[in-house]
Design a protein around this ligand. Structure first.
Ligand SMILES: [Zn+2]
Length: 74
């Protein structure tokens, strides 16, 4: 999905561990799901992942190459 690579290239990488890879949306890119700018994008690399969220937030999701991708909206 070329669109996804384009999206990733405009985000700032933050965390990368064995469970997740996260990016910060520093340039107010629109969320592909709801079309409003999101705060962070999180790629879940494992089959099962628990996320501890610091804030109450809305989530949008997509699937890319079999990985769940989350878009957070605070
Ligand atoms: Zn969204």
């Amino acid at each position: 999905m070329e669109e996804f690579d384009e999206l990733v290239s405009s985000l700032t990488p933050r965390e990368d561990n064995e469970a997740i890879k996260s990016y910060q949306n520093t340039t107010a890119v629109a969320c592909p799901a709801c079309e409003t700018p999101f705060d962070d994008m999180v790629v879940c690399k494992r089959e099962f992942t628990s996320l501890e969220l610091d804030f109450e937030m809305d989530l949008c999701t997509t699937i890319h190459d079999g990985d769940v991708v989350l878009f957070t909206h605070k």
